[in-house]
Design a protein around this ligand. Structure first.
Ligand code: ZN
Length: 507
């Protein structure tokens, strides 16, 4: 029961290939480390043991011997923690050999089982590539620098468990929490809508969506600020209550994403999976059944940029959480259920290249465009109440822009106050029912909560005939009109509210 894990170390600014050899045998239980190691490297022993225990992994009473070669170089740093842990688990047959042969592994372990950032990742990854390794497992926080190196696959990991899942899979799939790399911008206390120039229609749509908890689709060419809008939505939602904060933190705790610096989640989550994400990444799962990105977005915003590029499976997997606000994950012998009550914000380009209808730039054929758009239909799209278009900002506006605060209406603060007021209106309206928001009004109660006057009925009838709405579209329009009326502090829905809601109807 012997294994070799490939790793690398730093000698000054030069890096070298290192092999972590682990032998696990009978004999007096103990943990021995050799190989010209500094004190820091020797302490790996404690970090590895505690980190495993806190990840729920219990080692049998065995004698563990670790040797880090080459013996001629003295080893420093903490990057050998993760390869040592993986070597022990491999020696105990708890991790298969198959993905280990061409893999270089580096990472420090913290006592709670997280994989911590280490120094010198860039030169180590470069050396690994030059030595012919196919892939490198690195701490999530080092992902960006590692990704600069071409010609080697990078697998960022944030926890020990995640690393085990990764190496135990039939195929190496990208990290379960690929998007968990801390987004510097998102770490701020407050992202301001007034930092975005123009895009009033999108800001208005975001305000309505957040007020009535409607799911939102933003369509527009690249570079129009779709992501900026989406990222700001959690900041206009009401702050998490204490109970909600504990609930969200529990999910992050199970996922191994809480740290000493951030032991509790107090901000509404914003999660933005990449469109290459797998279904498991979104839904959760793995050997230890951990929550997926969908559940990490619980009580916050799930932002799916380039929505039509997601696999059909991924889009399909949203159906259950959108209907039931939770997700079931099938395991070998059991089912796990995780909460998944999020606001979906999807974004899409108008065509595969992104520039339609600007025919100077867009060469997409109509069948291509239709095929692309057809991916946006189906049960998930049916749940999206509001569709809005982001346009290229008028250059004059950029030049005239007077800076943050000049745009009075769509400031983050003003928007948040409106959302709070409208949510209070809804709490009163739905008291004693199991409805919380206008978006949840079922078809059977539409006429009760979204009552229309005579003129308004005439108006909507005409619009339905002219534009050929489905019954579903009709319901969406009424629910969104209800939220707009609430924003305008009106008890009754007017023709203005209806016409605005019709604009958000989408395809
Ligand atoms: Zn195009």
């Amino acid at each position: 029961m012997y294994s070799i894990i490939h790793s690398g170390g730093l000698d000054g600014i030069r890096s070298y290939q290192a092999d972590v050899e682990v032998d696990v045998g009978k004999g007096l239980p103990g943990f021995y480390m050799v190989g010209k190691l500094s004190g820091e490297v020797r302490e790996a022993k404690e970090r590895v043991k505690v980190s495993m225990k806190n990840s729920g992994i219990y080692l049998p009473p065995v004698q563990i011997t670790v040797n880090i070669s080459p013996a001629s170089i003295s080893k420093n740093g903490t990057a050998f923690d993760l390869p040592i842990a993986i070597g022990i688990l491999n020696s105990l047959d708890m991790i298969p050999q198959k993905h280990l042969d061409n893999t270089c592994i580096i990472g420090e372990l913290s006592l709670d089982g997280n994989v911590r950032q280490v120094n010198g990742v860039l030169p180590i990854v470069l050396a690994a590539r030059d030595a012919g390794f196919l892939r490198c497992i690195v701490p999530g926080a080092n992902r960006s620098e590692a990704s600069f190196v071409e010609g080697i696959d990078i697998y960022p990991v944030n926890t020990l468990l995640e690393t085990i899942d990764l190496l135990s899979g039939d195929e190496l799939t990208p990290s379960l929490y690929e998007d968990a790399v801390i987004d510097k911008e998102q770490e701020k206390d407050n992202l301001l809508f007034e930092d975005i120039v123009g895009q009033e229609a999108c800001k208005r749509a975001a305000l309505i969506a957040a007020s009535g908890f409607h799911h939102l689709l933003i369509i527009g060419p690249p570079g129009t600020g779709k992501t900026m809008i989406a990222k700001r939505i959690p900041y206009i939602m009401p702050p998490l209550t204490v109970d909600e904060s504990l609930e969200v933190s529990s999910i992050y705790s199970v996922a191994g994403l809480l740290s000493e610096e951030k032991p509790i989640i107090t901000m509404r989550p914003f999660r933005s999976p990449h469109h290459t994400a797998t279904m498991q990444t979104l839904a959760g799962g793995g050997r230890f059944a951990r929550p997926g990105i969908i559940s990490l977005a619980h009580r916050g915003v799930l932002f799916m940029d380039e929505f039509p590029e997601f696999s059909r499976e991924c889009i399909e997997v949203l159906r259950e959480p959108l209907e039931e606000k939770r997700i079931h994950i099938a395991r070998v012998n059991s089912m796990s259920t995780f909460p998944a009550d999020f606001m979906l914000v999807a974004a899409a380009n108008p065509c595969p290249c992104g520039y339609f209808p600007n025919r100077n730039k867009c060469n997409c054929s109509l069948p291509q465009i239709n095929h692309y758009r057809s991916k946006m239909t189906g049960p998930t799209k049916d749940r999206i109440d509001i569709t809005v278009t982001a346009d290229k900002t008028d250059p004059d506006r950029l030049i005239d822009y007077k800076g943050a605060g000049a745009d009075y209406v769509y400031t983050t603060e003003a928007m948040r106050n409106t959302v709070l007021r409208v949510r209070a209106v809804q709490s009163r309206r739905f008291m004693g029912t199991d409805i919380s928001y206008n978006s949840e009004i079922p078809p059977s109660l539409i006429n009760r909560y979204c009552k229309l006057g005579k003129k308004e009925i005439e108006f909507i009838k005409e619009a339905m005939n002219a534009m050929d709405f489905s019954a579903r579209a009709y319901h969406k329009i009424l629910k969104v009109a209800r939220t707009i009326a609430d924003i305008e502090e009106c008890d009754t829905i007017s023709i203005d509210h209806l016409s605005e809601a019709i604009c958000y109807r989408g395809a």
